[in-house]
Design a protein around this ligand. Structure first.
Ligand code: ZN
Length: 653
């Protein structure tokens, strides 16, 4: 049998699938019914969406059940603070372990309808967010809809809406719509019909647009320069370009659209009360600074309203509109930044619609904005998200990421929240690494190609800038093992070892250093050399020389990078076998023969010769690389960390 809760979840999912109705946790829905409780009593119950829960893909647990009688009784109070209300509503929970019910729970409880939808529909906000909102809404929806000027959700709004049950629905200015029905279908149809009517009205009143505004495309170099200049100001965050906002960014009214603020108040939780227009790379730093100064001044003007125990949010923009490009949004990962773009797309489309149909969009008053921006009930939603991992917003390139140490490093950095570009010649291998990293952290970008080719290296670094806005670190790891005594080695073998193991490192250093210089945030270069750099082996000369060269390359990079805050360090691993390709193609047999043992004894042989008598794994190397990339090693440059269990024969290292 279908229960009211089943119907509520199904309807909410349907609403959640339409971003023009709600985005990312916006809006809420409810259903009322009767249950037999744990003591066998019949109880009238209301299920309502949990605070911060996203209707899209929501499940039963996202809709806590409450004893309706107790909620209805609260209507007799004259007033109630948000904290009291939260506390009193929580006392009505059927299961005290449920997630916190929506701040709009009482609004649902005070209306006598079985099914209620509350959406933050774009079309409704387009009707309300300007000087003529009330008149236009009456014209669009008729006199069966009540209109409530902006008031922050809470007890008072719940009582006001509760008194409007004689209408067919309620329009909340700068906020959204409340509709209802005696069945779930009636409720859904009321929501759909009302929002469609609002959208049709807005369309019909749109003044015929002239030719679409055209702004010349920014060139690739301009985009790259813009991203680096912005990131230099915004710090270790992910900057994501979104071309869906190009029409808004190119609109000659873009400044007015931005001045319209957010379309529905809850958008400011993610994208701040305002976006920023940035017109060029040269202007970018000053524009970010001016935005910050404005934000700080706004906070200072309302300092007396700051709730106790809360501090000012950072003063950085979250959404920047770039004529000729679209939007650049700022998050801790690409997917996080994508959420912001999704919200901005709706917020700015509403203001653009208002501008096209009714004149300039009007934001909430500054005081109302501040009271929402610093509303503990809204900020609570942020506490539901896990804290960002240590490498959140950190961008790194890892070469040789298809297998072995490179793959292990990629997995560790991904687990720590880094945004990565994984590069390798082995396409299938690097794609497999990328999909494994995506299981534990942000989905990486992939570059397939030979890292000793200048163009491939340039494309690798460029892809970090385009995908993430900049670069904080590189892990120079691509390498091959080449065996043979100096007498035996062919010139081709010798040169191949130097090219793949050393020249590739030079090229990546050169490109990364250039980007880091332009970005002005410093950086960390980590070179995966080898125990062989200081403790070479006979018959392994081409490899050992290339790794010794890599250590020297690292030291030069440290010297040259120091003045711009770029650190360079190396790790010298020894005998790492797990999942490594280095030992394929005969190297294992060859090295075993050189030590006079069987190939399957090689791992234990290497472990036995180190001081700790332990095998060295990719995870051990990855942990040291992460340390060198991180600020934990901020005063360390030009250093080599051995990751070899201690090889006495290689002292001094
Ligand atoms: Zn709402």
């Amino acid at each position: 049998m279908t229960t009211p809760l089943d119907e509520l979840v199904a309807r909410s999912n349907r609403i959640g699938d339409d971003p023009s109705l709600v985005v990312y946790g916006g809006g809420n829905t409810s259903a009322k019914g009767t249950i037999t409780d744990h003591l066998g009593r019949q109880q009238r119950v209301m299920w309502v969406k949990g605070s911060g829960a996203d209707m899209r893909g929501s499940v039963d647990a996202d809709y806590p059940g409450l004893r309706l009688e107790e909620l209805e009784a609260l209507r007799s109070f004259d007033a109630m603070s948000d904290e009291e209300m939260t506390d009193l509503v929580a006392r009505a929970l059927l299961d005290p372990g449920s997630r916190r019910p929506s701040i709009e729970t009482l609004l649902h409880a005070f209306l006598p309808f079985t099914h209620i939808d509350h959406v933050h529909a774009d079309a409704i906000c387009a009707l309300t967010n300007h000087a003529e909102g009330r008149r236009v809404t009456a014209e669009a929806l008729g006199d069966r809809f009540a209109y409530v000027d902006w008031i922050r959700p809470g007890f008072e709004l719940s009582r006001i809406v509760g008194d409007l049950a004689d209408y067919d629905g309620v329009v909340l200015a700068h906020h959204g719509l409340v509709t209802w029905g005696s069945t779930t279908d009636e409720c859904w149809e009321a929501t759909r019909r009302t929002v469609d009517a609002a959208a049709a009205y807005v369309s019909a009143h749109r003044v015929a647009a002239g030719p679409p505004p055209v702004h010349a495309d920014l060139s690739d170099d301009e985009v790259e320069q813009l991203l680096l200049r912005l990131r230099g100001r915004l710090g270790r965050r992910i900057l994501r370009v979104d071309e869906r906002l190009r029409p808004v960014a190119d609109d000659p009214r873009v400044e007015g659209i931005v001045a319209g603020g957010v379309s529905s108040a809850d958008h400011m939780l993610r994208i701040k009360p305002r976006s920023l227009v940035v017109r060029s790379a040269d202007e970018a730093p000053a524009a970010v600074d001016a935005y910050g100064a404005d934000y700080e001044a706004y906070v200072a003007r309302h300092a007396d309203l700051m709730p106790e125990g809360f501090r000012a949010h950072d003063a950085l923009p979250r959404v920047m509109l770039i004529p000729g490009l679209g939007a650049i949004t700022v998050g801790v990962s690409n997917s996080d930044a994508r959420v912001l773009a999704d919200i901005a797309l709706h917020t700015h489309a509403v203001a653009a619609d208002v501008a096209a149909a009714f004149g300039t969009a009007e934001p909430l008053s500054e005081k109302d904005t501040f009271e929402f921006d610093y509303w503990p009930m809204e900020l609570y939603k942020l506490t539901l998200k896990p804290p960002p991992p240590p490498f959140a917003g950190f961008v790194a390139v890892v070469t040789g990421a298809a297998s072995g140490i490179g793959r292990g490093i990629a997995l560790e950095l991904g687990r720590l929240g880094a945004s990565l570009v994984l590069a390798d010649l082995d396409g299938d291998g690097v794609e497999a690494s990328a999909s494994d990293v995506a299981q534990v952290g942000p989905a990486p970008e992939v570059v397939i190609g030979d890292q000793s080719d200048e163009d491939v290296v340039r494309a690798t670094v460029r892809s970090a800038v385009r995908a993430y806005g900049g670069l904080d670190g590189i892990v120079v790891n691509a390498g091959i093992g080449v065996t043979g005594t100096l007498e035996e080695l062919t010139l081709e073998q010798w040169e191949r070892a130097q090219r793949v193991n050393l020249t590739s490192g030079f090229l990546l250093t050169r490109e990364a250093m250039g980007v880091m210089r332009r970005q002005e945030m410093g950086g960390s270069l980590v070179y995966v050399a080898s125990k062989n750099a200081f403790g070479p082996g006979a018959g392994f000369g081409a490899y050992s020389v290339s790794k010794a060269g890599m250590v020297q390359l690292m030291r030069i990079a440290a010297l040259e990078g120091g003045p711009i805050g770029v650190r360079a360090n190396a790790v010298n691993p020894d005998a790492v076998f797990d999942n490594s390709r280095l030992w394929d193609d005969g190297l294992r047999e060859e090295r075993a023969a050189a030590h006079g043992i069987r190939p399957d004894e090689l791992e234990d042989f290497y472990a036995a010769r180190n001081i700790l008598k332990r095998r060295v794994t990719t995870a051990d190397v990855a942990a040291s690389v992460a340390f060198l990339l991180s600020d934990a090693s901020s005063r360390t440059t030009g250093a080599v960390i051995p990751v070899d269990g201690g090889v006495a024969g290689a002292f001094p290292r």
